[in-house]
Design a protein around this ligand. Structure first.
Ligand code: SF4
Ligand code: FES
Length: 255
């Protein structure tokens, strides 16, 4: 049963943010340490506040207890996509996950995202992920002469691919996909989402090329519609729906 903050935190005076004790278990990997190439669990008990996120807990560990803890983060506000990690077994952004929304009566586990090589602690090698992203040509492709005025698009035409413009390339979807775990060659949901963003853009002329790329044996047909990607996306993108739309466009050539 999940213990709420109200049940576990000491009563705070009016206007005070309630504090509580929480244990964070981090899966560490540090080949140059005495642990060599074996990963190991590291535990820290911290006093945190009702407004703190998992990222704040990681900062507290790094800044006050163990400076060797390694993780990526930049914006700290759910925009840059650099701090996707497995928190209590689910892919999330550490900067968007409030501690009080987790079960703080038990240790909170933090692990690197799966399916990509771990470099150190929570930092994975994102290159295979970005290689797939580059392959789908994530830029506007136009044919013919340069236009003499702006390329007009109606609100209805923009709406068709609005959802997939929200991607921040955090890899939470791709690294939650069981097909990607077993076959790192699979393009993965994020690459397909970003292909969708251009395939359905009325100003773009590269849809046929992108669909041919995704028609590959490592392309969209590997998707098993498990919905892990949709559940993992911190931007609320309907990832599985976007993949289905790309599959349909491949068959009907309607885009
Ligand atoms: S689709 Fe969502 S989960 Fe996947 S990379 Fe983009 S923002 Fe992250
Ligand atoms: S630090 Fe930028 S999205 Fe979390």
């Amino acid at each position: 049963m999940t213990a709420t903050l109200e049940e576990t935190a000491p009563a705070a005076a009016a206007g005070e943010i309630p504090s509580f004790e929480v244990t964070i278990r981090v899966l560490r990997y540090s080949p140059e340490s005495e642990h060599g190439t074996s990963s190991y669990w590291d535990e820290h008990t911290l006093t945190m506040y009702g407004t703190d996120r998992v990222l704040d807990a990681l900062h507290k560990i790094k800044w006050e207890q163990d400076g060797s803890l390694t993780f990526r983060r930049s914006c700290a506000h759910g925009i840059c996509g650099s701090d996707a990690m497995r928190i209590n077994g689910r892919n999330r952004l550490a900067c968007k996950t409030l501690l009080k929304d987790l079960n703080i009566s038990k240790p909170i586990t933090v692990e690197p995202i799966k399916g990509l090589p771990v470099i150190k602690d929570l930092v994975v090698d994102m290159e295979p992920f970005f290689a797939s992203y580059r392959e789908i040509m994530p830029f506007l492709i136009t044919s013919g002469n340069e236009p003499s005025s702006e390329r007009i698009q109606s609100p209805a035409q923009r709406e068709v691919y609005d959802d997939t413009t929200k991607c921040i390339l955090c890899a939470a979807c791709t690294s939650s996909c069981p097909v990607f775990w077993t076959d790192g060659q699979y393009f993965g949901p994020a690459a397909i989402v970003n292909a969708h963003r251009f395939i359905f853009d009325s100003r773009d002329d590269g849809a046929t090329q992108r669909l041919e790329i995704l028609n590959d044996k490592e392309g969209v047909w590997r998707c098993r519609t498990t919905f892990n990607c949709t559940e993992a996306c911190p931007r609320g993108i309907e990832v599985t729906k976007a993949i289905q739309e790309v599959k349909r466009a491949m068959i009907t050539r309607a885009f």
